[in-house]
Design a protein around this ligand. Structure first.
Ligand code: FE2
Length: 277
């Protein structure tokens, strides 16, 4: 990992030194306060160049998935059977224009795969959240490359996982800004009024991360409404999504994989099923 992770900036090779403990403590404080923590220059420049070239070489394999999506697209049952006005967040949909390369299309010898599979990443996340951390084992969802062409964007939404780990591989010339409202909802309160205000354009509670290539980001996307603004200029925005979880052996569901990675998933699964019935 010394060829990939910037150990000069980030003491991940030994998390038990005083320096590392202090650093982890700062990260925890930042995450509690903001729901987000950034690690600029996490990947050393030479490795980032290779990683990005490798991602570009398979970007054409990305599948576009749904284009009009609810902020709650992972919580299909929310609001079921309720008579809600059209303005209610559960009734709203936003424009999603991006494509994703699924895990099974990313070669194991790519630097990104090596980073994802490294014990160092799990040890780092585990130290931050004080729980054992495992890789998501889903055959399609665990490691993805998100490809946004010019005009690409992602709608306001919440994530299903409690912690999302991303690595920006290539920033766009302009736009493609990550915007979020930290901790807008909790396990006890969906806070639909505040969510509706943001969907209506009130950005007063919204923060912005204009990420640079090579930045690792930890984000509590389950509680923070977030989006990516429209990509401008001629350069794609390329981002890796590294699926880690506190649940050993966790996989997603087949329907979601078919929706996000295309009909080939259904075809593959009919021949070589990897999801339980
Ligand atoms: Fe998200």
């Amino acid at each position: 990992m010394a060829q990939i992770i910037n150990y000069d900036l980030y003491p991940i090779d030994d998390l038990y030194t005083d320096t590392a403990r202090q650093w982890i403590s700062t990260i925890k404080t930042q995450l509690d306060k903001d729901g987000s923590c950034l690690f600029p220059h996490f990947v050393i420049p030479e490795a980032l160049d290779t990683m990005t070239d490798q991602a570009k070489s398979i970007a054409h394999l990305a599948y576009p998935g749904p284009t009009e999506v609810s902020p709650y697209f992972f919580n299909y049952k929310l609001g079921e059977g309720q008579d809600l006005p059209a303005s209610h967040p559960l009734k709203r949909k936003g424009k999603r224009k991006l494509a994703q390369v699924a895990t099974d299309l990313i070669p194991d010898d790519f630097l990104l795969s090596q980073l994802f599979h490294s014990p160092e990443m799990r040890q780092l996340l585990s130290a931050i959240i004080d729980q054992p951390v495992y890789r998501n084992e889903d055959p399609y969802q665990s490691l993805n490359i998100s490809v946004m062409d010019p005009g690409g964007c992602q709608q306001w939404h919440f994530d299903s996982g409690t912690m999302v780990t991303t690595l920006l591989l290539q920033e766009p010339e302009a736009g493609g800004v990550f915007e979020y409202s930290p901790g807008i909802r909790s396990d006890d309160d969906e806070n639909f009024g505040a969510v509706e205000a943001i969907l209506d354009g009130d950005l007063s509670s919204v923060k912005r991360n204009n990420l640079k290539a090579g930045t690792l980001s930890l984000f509590r996307g389950h509680y923070s409404l977030h989006r990516v603004t429209e990509v401008e200029g001629n350069q794609q925005r390329l981002q890796a999504i590294l699926g880690y979880t506190t649940r050993l052996g966790h996989i997603g569901n087949k329907e979601s994989s078919i929706l996000h990675y295309g009909p080939r998933v259904a075809e593959t699964e009919s021949r070589h099923p990897r999801y339980p019935d």
